[in-house]
Design a protein around this ligand. Structure first.
Ligand code: TYM
Length: 329
């Protein structure tokens, strides 16, 4: 059974990009591997400045992960800051990656450019080292993520290769696994940018907790183009293709096949909205149930934290031994 790991940040509410690009696959894959899923609150600290927010978002995200269908008896769901090995291994990762490699990360370049003139934390720069620690701590063979995370998994492999070369075989080399449909869900208002919490307006982002009427409205107003032809062509028809991709991910029918069944944008928008509502309706119901039973939610998270801790402690110990740090006394 492959060891599988993937994580998500508790920044804002879960959107359709996270769901179709990641969570759907986490759920469908939970019986095919020994899977670990982390709520990476420390990553969110790179941009969080107000007190009291991260803990609440972590609880909400945990409820959402169980609501989408992760079974705590099967999948190990944990909170990153509760497993101290993540930050400890992150330091070792920082010493195994170069300044040049971190400088070439497109996510750092994009995010720091957006914050120009604002506070840019060193954590935003060293973020990939913490992500490498998240992955390598669990000996992950596979990391299912959306396309936007490709570079992060590549740098994790480079770090692991370098560490193993310097100190001897210690870490498993992970590989990124991308879903066929939904790997890159685009913003409904700006279909050349990925759907992301950092977008300027909320109109192009569909949140799983949006009301049905809001979801309908967002799809109705989705940006398409003016030639009126339904065709799957990501480069030339990004808006229409994004709708087809979303409908495909929600229904399981290939986007090209779907394109042949529509001749107008209106029905495509309506059906895509309806398919998304059908997908999220039961999830929202389970989410609210769990949010009303915090004791149960804590119990479920404890199961994951305990198992994560066991695995992480062993790997960190292995890394310390490989480096040849003085044994603990
Ligand atoms: P995050 O929290 O931004 O996103 C979580 C997951 O959702 C996917 N995703 C998307 N997929 C398709 N279309 C989109 N528009 C879209 N937006 C987000 C992401 O690819 C991801 O799979 N750095 C990571 C978190 C992380 C991590 C890790 C992931 C930290 N440590 C270890 C994997 C393994 C991030 O910011 O994801």
């Amino acid at each position: 059974m492959p060891r599988v790991l993937s994580c998500i940040q508790p920044t804002g509410s879960v959107h359709l990009g996270n769901h179709l690009g990641a969570l759907v696959n986490w759920v469908s894959g939970q019986h095919d591997g020994d899977v670990f899923h982390g709520i990476v609150d420390l990553h969110a600290l790179t941009i969080t400045e107000q007190p009291g927010i991260l803990g609440q978002s972590t609880v909400e995200l945990a409820a959402m992960l169980f609501a989408v269908g992760l079974d705590p008896e099967v999948a190990t769901v944990f909170v990153q800051s509760h497993i101290h090995e993540h930050t400890e291994l992150a330091w070792i990762m920082e010493c195994t990656v170069s300044f040049g490699e971190l400088s070439r990360m497109t996510q750092f370049k994009d995010k720091s450019a957006k914050r120009e003139g604002d506070f840019i934390s060193a954590g935003l720069f060293t973020y990939p080292a913490l992500q490498a620690a998240d992955i390598l701590l669990y000996d992950a063979d596979e990391v299912p993520v959306g396309e936007d995370q490709r570079q992060h998994i590549e740098i994790t492999r480079d770090i692991a290769i370098r560490f193993n070369h310097r100190f001897g075989e210690t870490f498993v080399l992970p590989k990124a696994v991308h879903p066929k449909a939904g790997a890159r869900v685009m913003d409904l208002q700006d279909p050349t940018s990925k759907m992301s919490k950092s977008a300027e307006t909320e109109n192009g982002i569909v949140y799983l907790l949006d009301e049905n009427s809001v979801i309908e409205k967002k799809f109705k107003r989705a940006v398409t183009d003016s030639d009126g032809v339904v065709a799957y062509d990501r480069a030339n028809k990004p808006g229409v293709s994004n709708l087809l991709d979303i409908l495909s991910a929600a229904t399981g029918t290939p986007a090209e096949t779907l394109a042949e069944t529509y001749s107008q944008y209106g029905p495509l928008k309506k059906d895509t909205g309806d398919a998304v509502i059908a997908l999220v309706d039961p999830i929202r119901a389970r989410y609210h149930e769990l949010m009303n039973d915090k004791g149960e939610l804590a119990r479920l998270l404890k199961i994951g934290n305990q198992r994560a801790r066991e695995v992480a402690a062993q790997t960190l110990d292995r890394a310390h031994r490989a480096i040849g740090l003085m044994p603990r006394i």
